[in-house]
Design a protein around this ligand. Sequence first.
Ligand code: PEP
Ligand code: MG
Length: 847
Amino acid sequence: MRPAPWTLPIDDVGLVPFGKGVERGLDERALCTRGIQLETLAGLGLPVGAGLTIPVPNVPGLTAPDRAKAAMNLLEKISGRTVGGTTESGGLVLLRLSASAPVETAGLPPDLVCLGLKRSIIPEDLGERARADLGAAWWKSAAFIAEYALGVSGDDLGTLDFDYPDPIARVDPFRALCAEKGTSPFPSKRSEQVAAGARAMIERWNSPRAARARKKQNLPADLPLALHLETVVVTEHDDEGNGYATSRDFETGAFAPTGVFRHGFRLSGERQHVGHPLSSLPDGVEMLTGVLAELEGRLRSAVLVDFEYGPDGLALVGLERIKRPSARVATSLAVDLAIRGITDEAEAVQSVEATHVLELLHPQPKLTGDEVELVTGLPASPGAAVGRIALDSESAVELSEAGEHPLLVMGETSPGDLPGMMAATGILTVSGGSASHAAVVARGMGTPAICGAGSLRIDREAETVSAGSHTLHAGDVISIDGATGIAYVGALEIERPGPSPSLTTLLGWADDARRLGVRANADTGPDAEVAMGNGAEGIGLCRTEHQFLGERLPLVRRVILSHDFDAEQAALRDLADAQREDFRDLLRAVGDRPVTVRLLDAPMHEFLPASAEEAEDEHQARMLGHLHEENPMLGVRGVRLALMHEGLYPAQVEGLFNAWVDVVSSDGIRPELEVMVPLVSIPEELVMSLRLIRRVNQEVASRTGMIVPFKIGTMIETPRAALMADKLAQWAEFMSFGTNDLTQLTYGFSRDDVERRMLGTYLEKGLMTASPFAELDDEGVGGLMKFAVARAREVRPDIKLGICGEHGGDPSSIAFCEQLGLNYVSCSPSRIAVARLAAAHARLDAA
Ligand code: PEP
Ligand code: MG
């Protein structure tokens, strides 16, 4: 292992003027962060302030007055200023000693400003502002030196009455205190003050408290220091002072020097955010514009500079790369650098993290640090929402009709809750994972949601929800952040992102770079419209069962629970009519693009009445007991139900084909229909479904005179389907990996429960690093996919392969899909932008 850099021996290299360290072979181990910042600035030919770095190995030497004197002499020579003297414009020249470490760290000793003060400096010819600065300097430096350097305790300092109108008069009590309680009198010689300052800083840095603080930051206790010595000027002039500027406006992300300018010198190492706008500096913005543009171009990062401004113009004294820029800044920077020709479009795309752009698309809470957390769950659907607690679907609808914003809080949701889910501004559930009903539906609708908040207790009788020490009532206001999974008590301020032209440009470049198609999981016309607006190239999954939620639920129930042939036929006719209407809306939103319509996959427990009381008649009530399943997710779902009720899929495709004929005739569009059969595990299931569908296709053709073109495909959701992919490919023209069920069935993990109950423990024990329902398990589930892809392509080389489980919107899973050579990914409308960017990353990284 490479030894920690600061433990390497470095020769005695003396005192290093800012910007001269690299040419002497020094790096961050000797010059530390501040020294390196100044090297970077000087290396780019930018104006840096006059100052010295005392490199790590030489720091102890500075505690000797003769070495301190040598440092001062050198500083005077390179700055052209005399410490204690005046500048040409009449400013008083003093000293600042500061420290930095080889790595960023909190807890550095505070800057010692205004070393070099002497009792003999009488500020009579200084104006009011300079007198105030000088007073502050006396105050600060005397206190620092008395406290650190000369062994006077804070308690003794506390006994001093600081209330002296004349700042100079403050010096005497300090001197007296140092003489009486300190280890030596207050030094009057400037070089001794510098040496004492260096000693004070080293002692503070080496104190057990500071060492403990470093340990907390996982830094070595013996992390060393470099010191930096500079001149500062006490001045009365309006155009002399200091400030900072960032290269970007953080609100808009645009390039615009933004910061403040303050008169006088910087009193503390902490950056001051109050001051005059940069425009108050003569030519200030113009000069900084050039500097910041140069720095952004060279460092490929948004930056912040600290500067001093005086008669000689601008001098840079500090530089920071903005390490975690907001998505707005990151996106504009990436686009600007590419437009300037510094990077290219591919680099721009690669420089922005895919999930980061969610910030630009969804409302975010404005956090102040004062908010009260209620509970944490899984971040199930991005965006933030504030609303009144509604404990069931009906109350949510009522609140919404009364003009309120309901936030639906439930144990879990089922299809019957759709009206409330649609009325709600946000959804919070106690159980359910990231592929649960609530999560899937919320993402599809673009509603913020948190699922699996396991420590939330709902008391339906008392109409309360509680977590930890908080108990809230139905109607109380809460806020949720679906991006982090945190729910808060009360109303948080929510920021709604405005449009981002840079993001539009960047996503266009991503589209040029990617190979994978990006489609949306959308079930209704409005959802599909949103998805197309977000740049989806088609629909990769229309879950038709979502068209039967809420008021339409009885249509499916009547098919499943019908007591005779006629009743079933009547129910199927109603179902076909309803579907025709639904599909017309969907196809209009899709236009000429492809649309994968997945035939009904209705887990019984989600579709049947919860109890006999909710049944429509006695027959239905009796059937309920008969149809009860212990494991409905492994029961009569998907194609299995359709083969037990053979009219079901024909009714659906009749609605679909008729809708296609309608929109082709009335709207002049030709959507590319793909009909997909769910939960197949036996190839014959697909063959039988195909036969039923073809028959309807011919019937529609003979009735309307139009042959509706369609492709037939299957979902790969069961391990057996993956293993039988070659057989399935004989019939299927496309396949889509339903990785929600495929993950559930490969692991044997319930997609509704495992994340809430078990995942935390598994993550803690290191058995997993992420939920397999959120990030595709590329070894196990991915192994099956790889096998299936190879087998399917052997039989049908041009087979179209996609993914439509929730993983289709997850960047690491998308990278795996690129490796597999899938044709497209399909995800919820709210993640389309993420998927477009992630697909481009995957392609560019592979290249
Ligand atoms: C899947 O299982 O991955 C899938 C897309 O189907 P659903 O989530 O509707 O079960
Ligand atoms: Mg499924």
